[in-house]
Design a protein around this ligand. Structure first.
Ligand code: FEO
Length: 396
C-alpha cells in the first residue's frame, strides 16, 4: 500500500504505525489511540530510529519501502527495549540483514533477553558519535526515562532530538506536529502520559533535562504522538517536564471517591461545597465514571487529594484499592491527603486505606473522617475542619 510520505525535515521521514484502535496501554486508558514513531534518516548509511509494535510491522515496512529499499538500511537504532519500539527489529532484519542494531549497554542486555538472537550490536554510551554520512549522530543515555535501557538520539545536522518516550503523548493522528492540533488537547495528553508513565522517575528526568539543555535542537521527535517544532511549544513542554519532575503542584484539591449507598458521595459533595464556598479550587472524580489513569493526570498537579471510600467486607471498595495500588507504583511526592467514608459497623478497613496512601507517598493532613451509615447534616459539617487545614496550608 502507498502512504503519504511524511518528510518531517529534509531526508528525515516518519515511518511509524498509527494505532487508531488502541484503547488501553498496560492499564492506561488511551481513548485517542497511539502512534509508535519510527524515523528514517536518508544518508550515506541510511538509519532507522526505533521500530514499532509487532502488529504495525507491515504498515511501517510499507512506509519504508515507499522511500528506499530496506536492504540499504545500515543501522537500526533502538532507543528503548520496550516492545512498542523494538517489537519489529527481528522481522525488519530479514529485510536488511546487514544492519547493525545500535543501543545502550542495558539495551543490548534487554534485546537479547527478548529476542534470544545474535544480532550485530553496536553498543553506545553518552557522547558517542555514529557517523552515517552528512550526519554524526550522538547519544544520551537516560536510564529510567522510561527503562534502564532508554536513551535519546540527537542529530545536530537536522537539529532534531529523538528522545523516545520522553515528551510523548498517546494520540493517533494523521498530523505529525503538535502545532497542527488543538494545543490544550495535546498538552493534556502529554500531562497524562507523564503522570502515568514517567512520574516515578522525577530525579532521572531532571538529570536528563540538564544534559539536554546543552544541546541545540529545534525539533523534538518522541516515540509516541506528535512532534514538537514550534519554539514556544518546545519551551513550554520542557518547562512542564521540569515542573512535573520536581513534583511541583498547584493549590488545588482533588476529591476522588466511590460510594455504595450514597453516604460517601454525600461526604464528597459536602467537602466540595465547603471548599468552593471558601474559594478553594476543587474538582471531584467518581471512580465509577473515571479511569484511574485520568485521575492520575489530576493528581499530577494537585497539592491536595481527598480519598473517599465506604467499607465493604472490612475493606475499601476494589475501585479505591485499584487506584491506591496504582499510585503506590507511581509515587507522587509533595502532596497532602485526607481520607473519608461511610461504614456500617467496623472502621478497621480505613486503616488499610491510610496505610496505602502513606505508602504511595502522600502525607496525611489529619485523622480521617468516618461516619456510620447515613450521615446527617450536622455530621457532614464536621468535614469543615479539614477545609480549615487545607486553607492554612494554601496560605503557607
Ligand atoms: Fe513507549 Fe516505554 O515504551
Amino acid at each position: 500500500m502507498k502512504y503519504d510520505l511524511n518528510e518531517i525535515k529534509k531526508d528525515v521521514y516518519w515511518t511509524g504505525y498509527l494505532d487508531w484502535e488502541l484503547k488501553v496501554f498496560h492499564g492506561y486508558s488511551t481513548p485517542h489511540g497511539s502512534t509508535y514513531n519510527s524515523y528514517l534518516l536518508l544518508d550515506e548509511k541510511p538509519t532507522l530510529i526505533d521500530t514499532v509494535k509487532h502488529y504495525g510491522f507491515k504498515e511501517s515496512l510499507d512506509r519504508i519501502e515507499d522511500i528506499i529499499d530496506p536492504r540499504k538500511i545500515e543501522y537500526i537504532i533502538s532507543n528503548h527495549t520496550e516492545m512498542d519500539h523494538s517489537g519489529t527489529i527481528d522481522e525488519l532484519l530479514d529485510y536488511c540483514p546487514n544492519a547493525q542494531v545500535v543501543c545502550s549497554p542495558k539495551g543490548e542486555e534487554g534485546l537479547k533477553r527478548h529476542f534470544k538472537k545474535r544480532w550485530r550490536f553496536k553498543v553506545v554510551h553518552t557522547g558517542d558519535e555514529l557517523d552515517i554520512g552528512k550526519r554524526k549522530l550522538q547519544f544520551v543515555l537516560m536510564p529510567m526515562v522510561h527503562w534502564p535501557d532508554s536513551m535519546a538520539t540527537y542529530s545536530s545536522y537536522d537539529k532534531i532530538l529523538f528522545p523516545n518516550d520522553a515528551f510523548g503523548q498517546h494520540i493517533a493522528s494523521n498530523e505529525r506536529f503538535v502545532d497542527e492540533k488543538d494545543q490544550g488537547f495535546v498538552f493534556q495528553e502529554a500531562a497524562k502520559y507523564y503522570g502515568n508513565i514517567v512520574m516515578p522517575y522525577g530525579a532521572q528526568v531532571l538529570k536528563t533535562l540538564d544534559v539536554l539543555s546543552s544541546i541545540d535542537f529545534d525539533m523534538i521527535c518522541p516515540s509516541h504522538g506528535l512532534c514538537w517544532r514550534k519554539q514556544e511549544d518546545i519551551q513550554k513542554i520542557i518547562e512542564c517536564y521540569k515542573k512535573w519532575a520536581s513534583y511541583e503542584t498547584e493549590n488545588k484539591v482533588l476529591i476522588v471517591y466511590d460510594t455504595m449507598w450514597h453516604s460517601t458521595e454525600k461526604m464528597a459533595f459536602k467537602l466540595n461545597e465547603i471548599l468552593k464556598e471558601e474559594g478553594v479550587v476543587v474538582k471531584m472524580m467518581n471512580l465509577q465514571d473515571v479511569d484511574i489513569s485520568d485521575i492520575v493526570t489530576e493528581v499530577l498537579t494537585s497539592k491536595f487529594v481527598l480519598f473517599g471510600t465506604p467499607i465493604l467486607n472490612n475493606c475499601m471498595l476494589p475501585s479505591m484499592a485499584s487506584l491506591l495500588m496504582y499510585l503506590k507504583g507511581l509515587k507522587p511526592k509533595n502532596r497532602y491527603a485526607f481520607t473519608f467514608g461511610s461504614y456500617g459497623w467496623a472502621t478497621i478497613g480505613f486503616k488499610e486505606v491510610e496505610e496505602f496512601i502513606k505508602e504511595a507517598g502522600f502525607e496525611l493532613m489529619d485523622e480521617g473522617k468516618y461516619l456510620k451509615f447515613i450521615p446527617d447534616e450536622k455530621e457532614l459539617m464536621q468535614l469543615a475542619s479539614i477545609v480549615s487545614i487545607i486553607k492554612e496550608k494554601i496560605k503557607g
